[in-house]
Design a protein around this ligand. Structure first.
Ligand SMILES: Cc1ncc(COP(=O)(O)O)c(C=O)c1O
Length: 401
C-alpha cells in the first residue's frame, strides 16, 4: 500500500478534533528555510547559547541524584517559592507558593489545561487578533467558540483595539478572555487604560482572564503591567509565564500559572491527567537561575540585549519596501508588505527563502476567517538571533526590489 492510501485510511479513524488541525505554518516555513539554506527569522527561538549560569544550574541539577524522580504534581517547592516571590512583587500582593503557583510543561500546557478546566461546550472565549496559534485550538478542543477582536496599528504605529468592538463581543455566554501582553506577534504592551477597560468588562460580565505573560521581561518602552494587578482582578485571573524566553531555553518547557486557590485547583484537576508532574531537574535548574537573575542585573541586561537586536532588525528593514512597526515588547517585528509588489503574506513568505534567502512567518494564520485579510499584508520577523544572523538577514533583505 502506498503511503498516501495508508494515510487516507487511517485518517478516517481519527477523532474529528484531530482532523480539524493541519500542520502548523512554522513546520512549513522551517522546511522552506532548510531547503533554501535561508536565514530563519521565522520561528521564535534563540540561535545563541543560554547564559552560562543557566547551563551550570542544569548541569548541577542533572548531577544531583536526589532530583531525578517524579516531581511534586503542582511543582517543586524551590521553584514555586521563587515564582511566588517574583510574581508577588509584580502583582503587589503576597502569593502562596503551595496553593497559588502550579508548574506546567511550558506556557503551552498551562494554556491548554486552563482552557480545559474552565471552558464548557457552548462557552465563548474572547481572543485578540493576531493571536498565538494555540489559543483557538485549545478553545476548539474544549468545545467552546472563539470570538475575535482585531488589534490594528494606529497612525503612530502603535497597535490598539476598538473599545466598542471589544465591548460588543462580551455576552452572557462569554467565559474567558485571553490577554497576551507583551503581545506576540505585534509587540504591543497593553497600557493601564486599556487594561482598565478590559477589567471593567470582565467584572461587568463575570468573565475570567487567561493572562499570557511569557514576554514579561521584554517590555522596552514603558513597564509591563499584569491585568491581575488591577483592583478586583486577582480573583478572576490566571497569570501564565515560562522560563523559555527569559532564559533562552525554549527547549526546557518549564512554565507556570499563578492564580488564586479556587482557579489553581481547577487547573490542577486537568494538569494531573496531562503530564501529572514536570521534569524535576529542570525545575530545580530554573529555580536556581531565577535566584541568580534576581540577585544580579540579569533582567535589565537581558532587556538591553534585546533592545539592541530590535534596533538591528528595524535598521535592516528601513531601506526595504517592508514598512516595519517598531515593537514595544517581545522579540518580534511586524512589517507591512503593501509596497513590496507581492499580493499576500503567504506569497511573500514562500518567495523570501527561495529568492532572497530569508524566512519569515505569514501572520494571516493568526486571524480568524472574518479578519484574515488584515494579516495578508503583514509579515512577522523574529529577532531572537545572533547579531551576525541579523546582519546576514539585513544583507539579503537589501536585495528586495
Ligand atoms: C504568546 C506565547 N504564549 C505561549 C508560548 C509558549 O510558551 P512555552 O514554550 O513556554 O510553551 C509562546 C511561545 O512562542 C508564545 O509566544
Amino acid at each position: 500500500m502506498r503511503f498516501k492510501e495508508r494515510a487516507v485510511i487511517s485518517e478516517r479513524l481519527w477523532a474529528q478534533r484531530a482532523r480539524g488541525f493541519g500542520e502548523t505554518i512554522f513546520a512549513e516555513m522551517t522546511a522552506l528555510a532548510l531547503k533554501h539554506d535561508a536565514v530563519n527569522l521565522g520561528q521564535g527561538f534563540p540561535d545563541f547559547d543560554p547564559p552560562p549560569f543557566v547551563m551550570e544550574a542544569a548541569q548541577r541539577a542533572m548531577a544531583d541524584a536526589s532530583t531525578q524522580q517524579y516531581a511534586r504534581g503542582s511543582g517543586e517547592l524551590v521553584l514555586t517559592e521563587i515564582i511566588a516571590e517574583e510574581s508577588g512583587h509584580a502583582l503587589g500582593r503576597s502569593i502562596d507558593p503551595t496553593s497559588e503557583v502550579t508548574i506546567t510543561v511550558g506556557a503551552t500546557e498551562a494554556l491548554f489545561a486552563a482552557t480545559l478546566a474552565l471552558v464548557e461546550p457552548g462557552d465563548e472565549v474572547i481572543l485578540f487578533e493576531p493571536f498565538y496559534d494555540s489559543y483557538p485550538a485549545n478553545v476548539s478542543i474544549a468545545g467552546g467558540t472563539a470570538r475575535y477582536v482585531p488589534l490594528r496599528p494606529g497612525a503612530d504605529g502603535r497597535w490598539t483595539f476598538d473599545q466598542d468592538e471589544l465591548a460588543a463581543v462580551f455576552s452572557a455566554r462569554t467565559k474567558l478572555i485571553v490577554l497576551n501582553t507583551p503581545h506576540n506577534p505585534t509587540g504591543k504592551v497593553f497600557r493601564r487604560d486599556e487594561l482598565e477597560q478590559i477589567a471593567g468588562l470582565c467584572q461587568r460580565h463575570d468573565v475570567l482572564a487567561l493572562c499570557d505573560e511569557v514576554y514579561e521581561h521584554l517590555a522596552f518602552d514603558g513597564k509591563h503591567l499584569s491585568l491581575a494587578s488591577l483592583p478586583q482582578m486577582w480573583e478572576r485571573c490566571l497569570v501564565i509565564s515560562s522560563a523559555g524566553k527569559t532564559f533562552s531555553v525554549t527547549g526546557w518547557k518549564i512554565g507556570w500559572v499563578v492564580a488564586p486557590p479556587h482557579l489553581s485547583l481547577a487547573l490542577r484537576r486537568i494538569h494531573q491527567w496531562i503530564p501529572f508532574a514536570v521534569a524535576t531537574p529542570l525545575q530545580h535548574a530554573v529555580a536556581a537561575s531565577m535566584r541568580v537573575a534576581k540577585e544580579s542585573n540579569y533582567y535589565s541586561e537581558f532587556l538591553q540585549l534585546y533592545a539592541g537586536k530590535r534596533k538591528r532588525l528595524m535598521d535592516a528593514l528601513t531601506p526595504t519596501p517592508l514598512r516595519a512597526y517598531e515593537p514595544e515588547g517581545t522579540y518580534f517585528v511586524m512589517a507591512d508588505l503593501s509596497e513590496s509588489g507581492y499580493e499576500s503574506d503567504v506569497e511573500l513568505c514562500r518567495a523570501l527563502p527561495r529568492d532572497f534567502g530569508v524566512a519569515a512567518i505569514p501572520p494571516s494564520v493568526f486571524y480568524g476567517e472574518k479578519h484574515r485579510r488584515m494579516g495578508r499584508k503583514l509579515l512577522r520577523f523574529a529577532f531572537c538571533k545572533r547579531d551576525a544572523t541579523l546582519d546576514e538577514a539585513a544583507r539579503r533583505l537589501a536585495a528586495l526590489p
